[in-house]
Design a protein around this ligand. Structure first.
Ligand SMILES: C[S@@+](CC[C@H](N)C(=O)[O-])C[C@H]1O[C@@H](n2cnc3c(N)ncnc32)[C@H](O)[C@@H]1O
Length: 318
């Protein structure tokens, strides 16, 4: 019997933009699909069903606690399945190096509901828990090391860049003062320090006062943007001609990276704009399936408020 914290829960994850992902990835029987962010397997179940008993679904996740969800998915699946544990940037590169080819790849970025909702993972500012935030619990650095060991300047930059936090400097300084007395161990201590370091009116407007700092720390601890930068070219390499790539991002930093990557691959030519003719000879390698990012509708947001910031972009390999 699994400990209750590892028991798959049917409501753990409602796949975001499910209908749109299915339509854009247009999976056909016999194809190979890579779900590079397996989570609770919501999207995998959806995409595997499109294979109608013929084909393969490769699931990837860096978090070993998704295993029971994969086992449940495997038991129900009517197609070949495989789980590869690791960072998607690394795994996709390894698959490309091993000449694995896929027809559809999905990246549903960020943390899952089950990671946020399990207090012991330390992702949430809503419950007091150990300051952790690692998606891969075997990774070397947790939020605890970052908060206690980064310089105040580094913390300020992290809060500003990844959290767009207005009071980044004040918060970084307050953390510096507090940790000289007692190192941070728990999320609750950090939330208190954040609350005390910002002006009183800011504690009540624009969501929870610790929301942006927690997002920033999570992105830094898990090197989320670096991972995405490595994954996109690797995904392109793994795709067969005609293969589809879909990426769901949850904040503008990720979406900007995806948008820029797709635009560069669509353009092909990398010659400076003042060259009269192309000399690089590069051909476009992707074609966007929609020019604008797809956002969830009001109905989806009403049933799944966490979908509110989702943006989906998709492209087909030339
Ligand atoms: C938003 S959830 C995916 C939910 C999933 N689509 C579903 O329907 O249940 C993101 C998942 O991707 C994993 N993940 C995030 N970044 C990753 C990375 N760089 N490498 C591998 N897995 C990653 C997280 O551990 C998490 O389980």
């Amino acid at each position: 019997m699994l400990p209750s914290v590892l028991q798959p829960n049917e409501t753990d994850h409602l796949p975001v933009l499910a209908h749109e992902v299915r339509e854009l990835l247009a999976v056909q029987p016999g194809e190979t699909v890579i779900d590079a962010t397996f989570g609770a397997g919501g999207h995998s179940a959806l995409l595997a069903a499109e294979l109608h008993g013929r084909g393969k679904l490769i699931a990837v996740d860096r978090d070993p606690s998704v295993r029971p969800y994969f086992e449940r998915f495997r038991r129900r699946a009517t197609v070949q399945t495989r789980f590869l544990r690791g960072d998607f940037g690394v795994v996709l590169r390894q698959l490309a190096d091993n000449h694995v080819e896929a027809d559809a790849i999905l990246l549903d970025l960020g943390v899952s509901s089950m990671q946020i909702d399990r207090p012991e993972r330390g992702f949430s500012y809503a419950t007091d828990a150990p300051l952790d935030m690692r998606m891969d619990p075997s990774a070397e650095f947790s939020a605890r090391e970052l908060v206690n060991e980064a310089t105040e300047k580094e913390l300020e930059q992290i809060f500003r860049r990844y959290g767009e936090e207005r009071y980044a400097r004040q918060i970084a300084r307050a953390i510096g003062r507090r940790r000289r007395e007692h190192p941070f161990e728990r999320t609750g201590e950090l939330v208190e320090t954040i609350k005390q370091s910002i002006p009183a009116p800011a504690r009540f407007g624009d969501g929870h006062p610790a929301k942006r700092v927690f997002q920033a720390l999570r992105i830094a601890v898990n090197d989320e943007l670096g991972e995405l930068e490595r994954a996109l070219p690797a995904a392109l390499q793994v795709l067969r001609p005609g293969g589809r790539l879909a990426v769901i991002s949850f904040h503008s930093l990720e979406d900007r990276l995806v948008k820029r990557f797709l635009r560069d691959q669509e353009r092909g030519c990398t010659c400076p704009p003042d060259f009269p003719v192309c000399v690089c000879g590069r051909e476009p390698s992707l074609r966007a399936l929609r020019h604008k990012a797809i956002r969830p509708g009001a109905d989806e947001i009403a049933t799944n408020p966490r979908a509110a910031s989702a943006r989906l972009r998709a492209a087909v390999k030339a």
